[in-house]
Design a protein around this ligand. Structure first.
Ligand code: S3P
Length: 436
């Protein structure tokens, strides 16, 4: 992928009414369940980003017909739970941890073998967390000697029922076990140590598959059927978060983001920003299928530093990099703890954010499981994204509160989750100066 460096001028105001691309988590799941369903599933609001397109490519390579009518509308001709064919080659999930971990659950239960690879970032991410429960279910799956990709899967005669206590609060691991569980003879259940996004459970129910949630325990019976349905994917709150922080820290700003997914397992960023004093209102709450959506209205505000409550961390895990930018602009100290999972995302997001914040003049100190940020003036500078889309977008947003320009190196990965980011942000008022 060609390297792109982007320079942003300091300051600017953000104003307008916009929507952001479709939810990445829901887009992956729409392709997976649509492929495994009986009948034709129509999807609107699909994220036309590299990650979810790779998931679509994986199922196409296993014989599923997926047609795209425009950027965001798909028709998936489901082949049924047992209708996948051996892939035409190695499955490449690119940058997508969600894609790899969810698909591993499906492929571990097939009557054919497969291999799943990823790009440099994904190749460094831990897969032991899915390999272990899948092996307990009788799957023949392995990673490299450190439990990292590539994943090699051999066919097995059966997938066993299991109860699995998740050692980490991870929706990807929960979903992987439940997806393999679709093929088990008997009940498969998981307990989670803290609530994580529940899109898998909601979407399975939309496909007519019974999933029980009892406190922190989620269970299903294997060998059922998924019935095709029409899905509307909400706008991604993880992408909207960049606009929320941008409008909060840029002077004289007033932004409305329409149709954003506000599933309570995803709204930690809203709670955190409100605790910091953001002027943020949720309007027009309604349902898009099984997912709640709303319009989010944000105006400039003087933010204050807080101790981020640990219970909000799993509910805002992908938004924490941009929360760190809000903290850099806040008066006083912000402390984030209990966020060690950030170290195994598309990059080590604690190290990458601390390094970048210091490079643009902020007093930030990385800790084992989070960060301490003393709000101060952002002065500008050059930052490395470590090929991580959310690190890139976070530092672009930082320019709105900076006194000097910021150059963000390697912004090309933004395409994985937020195609059109620079066009949309420029339309609202971000000063994108140059790219090279
Ligand atoms: C996701 C779960 C989260 C999140 C990721 C998407 C999902 O990962 O960070 O971006 O769609 O299930 P973990 O399950 O590893 O916490």
């Amino acid at each position: 992928m060609k390297s792109i460096n982007t320079t942003l001028q300091a300051g600017g105001s953000m104003n307008g009414v916009v929507t952001v691309p479709g939810d990445k988590s829901c887009s992956h799941r729409a392709v997976i369940f649509g492929s495994l369903a009986d009948g034709v599933t129509n999807v609107t609001g699909f994220l036309a980003g590299e990650d979810s397109l790779n998931t679509a490519g994986a199922f196409q390579s296993m014989g599923v017909e997926i047609d795209r009518f425009n950027e965001t509308s798909l028709t998936i001709k489901g082949v049924g739970l047992n209708g996948l064919r051996a892939p035409t080659g190695v499955i490449d999930m690119g940058n997508a941890g969600t894609g790899m971990r969810l698909i591993a659950g499906i492929l571990a239960a097939q009557h054919f073998g497969s291999s799943i690879i990823g790009d440099e970032s994904l190749s460094g991410r831990p897969m032991g967390r899915v390999i272990t429960p899948l092996q307990k279910m009788g799957a023949d799956i392995s990673g490299d000697s450190q439990g990292k990709p590539p994943l090699n899967i051999k066919p097995v005669s059966a997938i066993n029922a299991i109860h699995y206590d998740l050692p980490v609060a991870s929706a990807q691991v929960k979903s992987c076990v439940l997806l393999a569980g679709l093929y088990a003879k008997g009940e498969v259940s998981v307990t989670e140590p803290a609530p994580t996004r529940d899109h898998t459970e909601r979407m399975l129910r939309s496909f007519g598959y019974a999933v029980e949630t009892n406190g922190n325990k989620i269970s299903l019976q294997g060998c059922g059927k998924l019935q095709a349905c029409d899905l509307v994917i909400p706008a991604d709150i993880s992408s909207a978060a960049f606009l929320m922080v941008a409008a909060s820290i840029a002077k004289d700003s007033d932004v409305t983001i329409t149709g954003v997914g506000v599933n309570p397992t995803r709204t930690g960023v809203i709670d955190i920003l409100k605790l910091m004093g953001a002027d943020l209102t949720i309007k027009n709450e309604r349902m898009a299928g099984a997912e709640p959506i709303a319009d989010i209205h944000i105006k400039s505000a003087n933010l204050k530093g807080i101790d981020v409550p640990e219970r909000l961390v799993p509910l805002a895990i992908d938004e924490l990099p941009v929360v760190f930018i809000a903290a850099a602009m806040a008066e006083g100290t912000t402390r984030i703890t209990g966020a060690e999972e950030l170290r195994v995302k598309e990059s080590d997001r604690i190290a990458a954010m601390a390094e970048g914040l210091v490079a643009i003049g902020v007093d930030a100190t990385a800790t084992e499981d989070g960060m301490i940020i003393n709000g101060s003036q952002i002065t500008g500078g050059v930052v490395e994204t470590h090929f991580d889309h959310r690190i890139a977008m976070s530092f672009c947003v930082a320019a709105l509160g900076s006194s000097g320009p910021i150059t963000v190196n390697d912004t090309q990965h933004i395409e994985t989750s937020f195609p059109g980011f620079f066009d949309l942000m420029s339309e609202l008022g971000m000063k994108v100066d140059s790219t090279d």
